[in-house]
Design a protein around this ligand. Structure first.
Ligand code: PAF
Length: 283
């Protein structure tokens, strides 16, 4: 695997592959890779000839008091895992390379409605930071495909929307959520949990699954289901942020007529803020 830190050098390497007629799939990450990320690499291999991953802990998407400084940086390990999974190129720019000082008041990409609700309401500016860095990375890599995990369902919709709105010529692929045996969605932030909290954390998925079971059994009183799920999360030791039954297409609250649903949730446990979702077509 080639490791490249500079935009120009990456462009040159990719130019050569394009001249050879190769298609390119891109997997942007912030590193601290787990099996979920590696499944994105597998999915990228299915889509295209050349797989490019990036590791960049993007300061723009962390708010004041969030974990930018403490975010786990495990570059050597990540490099080994990507090599093992057959990734061809790893792009690992510095903050200066991505945001030169002269760009301090540079262009940002904002996806209005989707960025202001749920995680966007709790983390103001977060999705503008994500949309901006992803648009920049797309401009740098110019992939034919980009693969994102569906655990970050709201992020996935933000990225699909910006791709469509900016007429970017690539296909966005959503990859299924990788879960531990307990049901807990794999996440870099699970590393903040103690052994005991890791066991407790499975309650987040259980609450989502129970809510889905109730919906499939015909209970369409979503408000009542949300209140019950939040109470269950509290009993399990979480401090819920939100737990909402939404329409998949725009994440607005679902009504009894909607069939394509996503139950999205965020909750605090110990040092971690965990997110998860279940997206499905109701019976
Ligand atoms: O999901 C992530 O790891 C990040 O939000 C992303 C998409 C790599 C942008 O920094």
């Amino acid at each position: 695997m080639q490791v490249i830190n500079q935009i120009d050098a990456l462009r040159q390497a990719l130019w050569q592959h394009r001249l050879n007629g190769a298609s390119i799939a891109f997997v942007p990450t912030m590193g601290n890779l787990h099996e979920g990320h590696l499944q994105l690499i597998d999915r990228a291999h299915e889509a295209a000839d050349i797989v490019v991953a990036s590791i960049f802990v993007n300061p723009l998407q962390f708010g004041p008091g969030e974990d930018f400084n403490g975010y786990p940086r495990t570059f050597e390990n990540d490099q080994a895992k990507l090599t093992e999974r057959g990734c061809h190129i790893l792009f690992a720019p510095t903050v200066d390379e991505m945001y030169p000082e002269t760009q301090i008041s540079a262009t940002v990409v904002k996806v209005p409605h989707l960025s202001s609700i749920h995680c966007g309401a709790s983390r103001p500016g977060h999705f503008t930071g994500v949309a901006t860095v992803v648009a920049k990375l797309f401009g740098i890599v110019q992939p034919d495909y980009a693969v994102f995990g569906l655990k970050d369902f709201q992020q996935f919709l933000v990225i699909k929307q910006l791709t469509e709105d900016l007429c970017l010529p690539l296909e966005i692929i959503g990859a299924p959520i990788a879960r531990a045996e307990s049901g807990l969605a794999l996440s870099s932030r699970n590393g903040y949990l103690s052994v005991e909290e890791l066991e407790q954390a499975a309650a987040l998925y259980r609450c989502l699954a129970n809510t889905r079971t109730s919906i499939d059994a015909g209970n369409l009183n979503f408000n009542e289901l949300e209140v019950a799920a939040k109470a269950d999360l509290e009993t399990a030791g979480f401090t819920p942020d939100y737990f909402t039954v939404c329409r998949q297409q725009d994440l607005l609250p679902a009504s009894a007529e909607d069939k394509e649903l996503v139950i999205i949730a965020a909750a605090y446990l110990g040092q971690a803020r965990l997110i998860d979702n279940l997206h499905f077509q109701r019976l």
